[in-house]
Design a protein around this ligand. Structure first.
Ligand code: 13P
Length: 251
């Protein structure tokens, strides 16, 4: 069964007290959401324990924004998948375009990180998406297929049950420029066909594929109405509980 998910990527925003207050508000308001929608928040590493506490007893799940590509040891400043799992944290985002762009995240590293996350019982939200230059050159389908193949083709159909894909066109992130529902749908359908080609139709049909990039209450309904868009990975709008919940109520 395909799951519908709305996840809030807080990026590098909020202090710990601000994050806890936001999480409490989200947790409280999430009580009225239909049970088929999974809600996730992904605060910075420093907030995970306190936000996890604030979410206790609610149906909101906790995600990190990244994890290390090493198991443990002398890697100053890094946070291991096992540490995240011990909080406990249920998910980690991996391969966000900001990490690919500013921190040299490669598909090769993402294979390692995804393996470590799954081995530690963390689910993965794997981000893919083309930049503006690639879109203008008409390469978006190829770029996204390559990102999927380079990472997910190293995993099994069983592993894919614990992986969610987020399509985030880089040109739509934080720019206010959303992909139209039709633009997003054609890439989502393409991603599903790439998965089907390798893992079979049933696996592809069960896969949750989120859209991210200037998703907000005013456009979520139209995006989520598309048959291959199963929710959103929300940046800016996830920092306001009311907007985040309005998006989650858009199915
Ligand atoms: P915005 O919603 O702020 O465009 O960010 C999207 C995003 O990058 C979520 O991971």
């Amino acid at each position: 069964m395909r799951k519908y998910i709305v996840a809030g990527n807080w990026k590098m925003n909020t202090t710990v007290p601000e994050g806890v207050a936001l999480a409490k508000e989200v947790a409280e308001k999430a009580a009225s959401l239909p049970s088929n929608v999974e809600l996730i928040v992904a605060p910075p590493f420093t907030h995970l324990s306190a936000v996890g506490q604030a979410l206790k007893g609610s149906k909101v799940l906790l995600s990190a924004q990244n994890c290390a590509d090493q198991e443990k040891g002398a890697y100053t400043g890094e946070v291991a998948a096992a540490m995240l799992a011990s909080i406990p944290c249920q998910y980690t985002i991996l391969g966000h375009s900001e990490r690919r762009q500013y921190y040299g995240e490669t598909d090769e590293k993402l294979v390692v990180k995804t393996r470590l996350a799954l081995d530690n019982a963390l689910k993965v939200i794997l981000c893919v998406g083309e930049n503006l230059k690639e879109r203008e050159a008409g390469k978006h389908f190829d770029i996204v297929s390559a990102q999927i193949e380079n990472v997910l083709f190293h995993f099994s159909a069983e592993d894919l049950k614990n992986i969610v894909i987020a399509y985030e066109p880089v040109w739509a992130i934080g720019t206010g420029k959303t992909a139209t529902a039709a633009q997003a749908e054609e890439i989502h359908a393409h991603i599903r066909s790439v998965i089907a080609g390798r893992f079979g139709l049933d696996v592809a049909e069960d896969m949750t594929i989120l859209y991210g990039g200037s998703c907000k209450p005013s456009n979520a309904k139209e995006l989520f109405a598309e048959k291959d868009i199963d929710g959103g990975l929300i940046g800016g709008a996830s920092l306001k509980a009311d907007d985040f919940l309005a998006i989650a109520s858009s199915f």
